[in-house]
Design a protein around this ligand. Structure first.
Ligand SMILES: Nc1ncnc2c1ncn2[C@@H]1O[C@H](COP(=O)(O)OP(=O)(O)OP(=O)(O)O)[C@@H](O)[C@H]1O
Ligand SMILES: [Mg+2]
Length: 232
């Protein structure tokens, strides 16, 4: 079953040339999708639309149809959207808002007004899943790039969204953390999550189920990696 259906999506910040222009694709639930394309092709913009930052926080004009879990995205409240789509920004520093790892992981579910006991359970579970237990009391701003990236991902996972969008999650990571994150992403799929990963280096997303290749705000190719690879 498709969890995301996008039809003829067009977006512009103003009357200038559209940033996204007639985008079509669908994403099956419990899958991994790689989103590729040159710098400026519109990858982050597309992610911002799927998680509601555009137009709710940033503005701009969105047209076309986006269905998320069989609901029109336009009809979704921001709170429902936050529970359904988790977005990890390109720069984890922009996402960190508290002064300890466990507070950072608790921030999302607390804002969703979950009971304190439930928040603690989710924080403990995600600390365990991401191997962050030993640094739970550390200040996230003082951690390495790799650890910060895991904390940023953890702060999304504690909201338990069905769809997880990671915008260039490997870019701050050394080889060890890259393979650690690859394993975490595989594990999330096995737990039933749908994952979208933005990445320039297609070698890091070889085991994705589908790739979407953007070029100049349009889908240049969409489908199995071996098919899309011919267009890169
Ligand atoms: N706030 C903004 N106002 C106007 N134009 C913008 C804004 N943010 C991005 N753009 C433009 O939108 C286009 C797509 O940008 P976007 O950040 O989505 O690309 P990207 O594929 O994520 O690039 P990168 O790989 O460098 O992260 C670019 O031409 C960019 O200059
Ligand atoms: Mg980007």
């Amino acid at each position: 079953m498709n969890i995301i259906n996008v039809k003829n999506l067009t977006f512009s910040y103003d009357e200038n040339k559209p940033i996204l222009n007639g985008i079509d694709f669908s994403i099956e639930e419990e899958s991994i999708t790689g989103l590729l394309g040159d710098s400026g092709s519109g990858k982050s913009t597309l992610c911002h639309i799927l998680c509601g930052i555009i137009p709710n926080a940033v503005g701009g004009v969105v047209s076309g149809q986006i269905n998320l879990c069989d609901k029109n995205l336009r009809d979704c409240q921001m709170k429902d959207l936050a529970e359904t789509v988790g977005f990890v920004m390109q720069d984890p520093d922009r996402q960190i808002v508290t002064s300890t790892v466990e507070d950072e992981l608790a921030f999302g579910p607390e804002n969703l007004c979950l009971e304190p006991k439930k928040v603690r359970e989710r924080v403990d579970e995600v600390l365990e899943l991401l191997g962050l237990k030993e640094i739970r009391e550390e200040n996230p701003n003082k951690l390495s790039g790799g650890q910060k990236q895991l904390v940023a991902i953890g702060s999304i996972l504690t909201m338990d969204p069905e769809v997880i969008i990671l915008d260039e999650p490997f870019s701050h990571l050394d080889e060890e953390y890259k393979s650690c994150l690859t394993n975490i992403i595989r594990g999330l799929k096995l737990r039933g999550k749908t994952i979208i990963i933005v990445e320039h280096d297609h070698r890091l997303i070889e085991d994705a189920d589908r790739w979407i290749l953007l070029e100049d705000g349009k889908v240049k190719a969409f489908g199995a990696p071996e098919k899309v690879k011919k267009y890169i």
